[in-house]
Write a protein that binds this ligand. Structure first.
Ligand SMILES: C[S@@+](CC[C@H](N)C(=O)[O-])C[C@H]1O[C@@H](n2cnc3c(N)ncnc32)[C@H](O)[C@@H]1O
Length: 282
């Protein structure tokens, strides 16, 4: 069996991938993590309200079992307007597994029919409280899809839920070319913000070198900090400062990943210079 149900310490249930040996939302559980990490930090409700006259676009990178996307949609159901959720993954197997185990997991409650529709057709539209939702999947290897020219035709994101497996297991999803291209496509439209669970120096240097403004994110459960990034400094509440930059200079794992191999190295001299020149540190 590729996926298993696992009960977390706090009693909630989550999905475990046997292949990657990783549990989705392992610390505080799917809904609590999605609310703390994405809904509150990215201020999805307030930002969606700002754009109620047009569609608010969320990119859900690493759809998996859809805990993040459904929790985000649930948080927006009393806002009038339209949300477009674009979910990326190279497999629908975790979503199929979650639907088959929705009673134990709980987080798909009330969205089972929509998830079944999404699995069948890849694109659904429905009324969710006051909000109209258009939800679609884009399937395939995300780094390859993003690098292709088709990415220019995707609706530009206002917010990104970035939830790949860890950099050590899934390095291609955390590389400098990937975040550089993501910054390029996210900069086309309105200011965009992104959150992710990692606080690794290597991730933060990668985001900065890719052009993003980067800040410390809130704690979620045992993780004392996470990371937020944005195409505009105004969307960052606690920007990384020069003291952080000095620590990054001393770190033994700060050089960005380039491809699909995970390796740890201190920053190169060229990247130290590029980082110091980032407008965030001026
Ligand atoms: C931690 S899980 C995501 C959990 C999910 N966000 C949720 O709320 O249930 C990571 C997901 O990233 C997907 N993934 C990993 N590598 C990928 C790649 N190269 N391209 C697209 N998706 C990928 C996996 O299939 C998996 O569903």
């Amino acid at each position: 069996m590729a996926y298993q149900l696992v009960q977390l310490k706090n009693g909630t249930w989550s999905v475990h991938s046997e292949l990657e040996k990783e549990t989705f939302h392992p610390v505080i559980g799917p809904v609590a993590e999605a609310e703390a990490l994405y809904v509150r930090q990215l201020r999805l409700g307030e930002r969606a309200a700002e754009f109620h006259h047009t569609e608010f676009v969320i990119w859900d990178i690493g759809l998996g079992a859809a805990a993040n996307s459904v929790t985000a949609l649930e948080s927006l159901r009393h806002r009038p307007g339209k949300v477009r959720m674009v979910s990326f993954d190279h497999s629908l197997a975790p979503l199929q597994f979650a639907l088959e185990n929705s009673t134990a997991l709980g987080f798909l409650d009330g969205y089972e029919a929509q998830v079944a529709g999404l699995l069948q057709t890849g694109q659904i539209q429905f009324q969710n409280g006051s909000m109209t939702v258009q939800w679609e999947t884009i399937l395939g290897d995300f780094p390859t899809l993003l690098a292709s020219c088709t990415a220019g035709n995707w609706p530009s994101p206002d917010a990104i839920l970035f939830d790949a497996y860890s950099p050590a297991k899934n390095p291609a999803m955390w590389s400098l070319p990937l975040f550089t291209r993501l910054f390029e496509v996210a900069s086309i439209g309105r200011p965009c913000n992104l959150a992710t669970y990692s606080r690794a120096t290597l991730l933060r240097t990668t985001l900065l070198l890719a052009g993003w403004y980067v800040g410390a994110g809130d704690a979620t459960g045992e993780k004392e900090e996470t990371t937020v990034a944005a195409t505009s400094p105004y969307l960052i509440r606690r920007p990384l400062d020069r003291a952080w930059l000095e620590r990054a200079h001393r770190s033994t794992s700060a050089e960005p990943l380039r491809g699909d191999t995970y390796q740890q190295a201190p920053l190169s001299a060229a990247n130290r210079e590029r980082l110091a020149a980032h407008p965030q540190f001026q």
